[in-house]
Design a protein around this ligand. Structure first.
Ligand SMILES: Cc1cc2nc3c(=O)[nH]c(=O)nc-3n(C[C@H](O)[C@H](O)[C@H](O)COP(=O)(O)O)c2cc1C
Length: 336
C-alpha cells in the first residue's frame, strides 16, 4: 500500500477521534504498534479564523509519522485556507472528513452531509488538493442512508479528483456508530478504483482484523473505539496476523504502566489540571478486566495529582498481591 512516501503493507491505523486521539493517546498507540495516525478532526473555519485552540489540535511530533491532519468543513474557501495552514506543518497526509454523522456537522453540509451534495464534496476536495503538495485522502461512509448508498460513485469521483486513498466506514450516516457495518462494499469499490482503500467500522479484535483483511481485499484497517478499550490491539493484531496467535498477554502491571505513561504525557502536554481531567475517560478502557475496576475508577476520578494516582495504583497492585497470597494460604490450610 502506497500513499506519497508512505509504503506499508497492510497498515493497522488509529482512527481520528475527537477528544480522544490527542497527542498523549496517539503516542501510546504508536508505542503499541499503530502504523498510521491522525489528529482529531480540525475545523476549517476555526483555522481560517486563526483560532489558537483549533491550531493546537494539529500539533504532532516527528516520531508520530506517518501522520495525517484531518480537516472538516462545508465551505470550499475555508477548506482551501485550512489546506494551506495544515500543509505548512508538513504532515504526511491531509485527510478530509466526509463521514461525520453528528447533527451540527452533517446537517451543516460538512462531514457526512457532503454525501448528499457530491458537487460540493468535489469542490471541497479539489480546493484542498489545489493548495497542497501533500497527498490528500478522504474518510467517508457508504452513503446517507440505506436508500441512498452512493459509495461507488463517490469513490470514482474522488479518485478522479486526485484523492490518494479512501477510508470507508462501512455504515451509512443514518446508522451513526451503531448497527452492523457492511464490508461487502469494499470488494465492489476495489473493482472500480485503484487507490488504496481502508476499512473502518466495528473492528475490535485481532480476529476481526484478520477476517477483514482475508475477506474484503482492503489495503488497511482502521480502528476507532476498539483502540480506546484496548490500545494493545495494534501489537496483538500484528502477532495474530503473523502467527495465528496473540502472544502478548496484557497483565495488571502492563495496564498500570500504560495508564501512568499516558497520564504523564497528558500532564506534559496539557498541564496538570487539564491533563488529569482529560485522562479520566481512559481509566475504564486501560484497566478493563481488572478486579473491582469500578471502585478503583471512582477513586481515581477524585485524585488531582500524578503522585496520588500513582500511589493509588501501586497500592492496588499490593492489595491484589495480598489477596492472591491470602487465597494461596487458604488453599494450603484446606490441603493440610
Ligand atoms: C469519540 C469519537 C470521536 C470521533 N471523532 C472523529 C473524528 O474526529 N474524525 C473522524 O473521521 N471520525 C471520528 N469518529 C468516528 C471514528 O473515526 C470511526 O469512524 C467510528 O467510530 C467507527 O469505527 P469503530 O466502529 O471502530 O469505532 C469518532 C468516533 C468516536 C467514538
Amino acid at each position: 500500500m502506497k500513499i506519497g512516501n508512505i509504503n506499508i503493507d497492510r497498515p493497522i491505523i488509529l482512527a481520528p477521534m475527537e477528544d480522544v486521539t490527542d497527542i498523549s493517546f496517539r503516542l501510546i498507540c504508536k508505542e503499541l504498534g499503530a502504523d498510521i495516525m491522525y489528529t482529531e478532526f480540525v475545523n476549517a473555519e476555526g483555522l481560517a479564523r486563526q483560532s489558537e485552540k483549533t491550531k493546537e489540535k494539529m500539533f504532532f511530533l516527528n516520531e508520530e509519522r506517518p501522520f495525517g491532519i484531518q480537516l472538516y468543513g462545508g465551505g470550499d474557501v475555508s477548506m482551501e485556507v485550512a489546506s494551506e495552514i495544515a500543509s505548512s506543518l508538513e504532515p504526511d497526509i491531509i485527510d478530509i472528513n466526509c463521514g461525520c454523522w453528528v447533527k451540527n456537522v452533517a446537517l451543516n453540509g460538512a462531514g457526512a452531509g457532503l454525501l448528499r451534495d457530491l458537487p460540493q464534496m468535489k469542490k471541497i476536495v479539489e480546493a484542498v488538493i489545489s493548495k497542497t503538495k501533500i497527498p490528500v485522502t478522504v474518510k467517508t461512509r457508504l452513503g446517507w442512508d440505506a436508500e441512498n448508498i452512493n459509495i461507488i460513485e463517490v469513490s470514482k469521483m474522488l479518485e478522479d479528483s486526485g484523492v490518494k486513498a479512501l477510508t470507508i466506514h462501512c455504515r451509512t450516516r443514518s446508522q451513526a456508530n451503531r448497527g452492523t457495518p457492511d464490508y461487502s462494499w469494499i470488494k465492489k469499490i476495489k473493482s472500480q478504483v485503484s487507490i488504496p482503500i481502508f476499512v473502518n467500522g466495528n473492528i475490535i479484535t485481532p480476529e476481526d482484523i484478520k477476517d477483514v483483511f482475508d475477506n474484503t481485499e482492503c489495503d488497511g484497517v482502521m480502528i476507532a473505539r476498539g483502540a480506546i478499550d484496548n490500545p494493545w490491539i495494534f501489537q496483538q493484531a500484528k502477532e495474530y496476523l503473523e502467527s495465528g496467535k496473540v502472544i502478548s498477554e496484557i497483565g495488571l502491571h502492563e495496564k498500570i504502566n500504560i495508564t501512568l505513561k499516558h497520564l504523564k504525557l497528558s500532564i506534559q502536554y496539557k498541564g496538570n489540571k487539564r491533563g488529569i481531567l482529560e485522562m479520566r475517560k481512559h481509566y475504564s478502557g486501560y484497566l478493563k478486566g481488572i478486579l473491582n475496576i469500578s471502585k478503583l475508577r471512582s477513586e481515581l476520578m477524585l485524585l488531582n495529582s500524578y503522585s496520588e494516582i500513582e500511589n493509588r495504583l501501586n497500592k492496588y497492585i499490593e492489595e491484589q498481591n495480598n489477596e492472591v497470597e491470602q487465597i494461596a494460604k487458604n488453599l494450603e490450610t484446606i490441603n493440610v
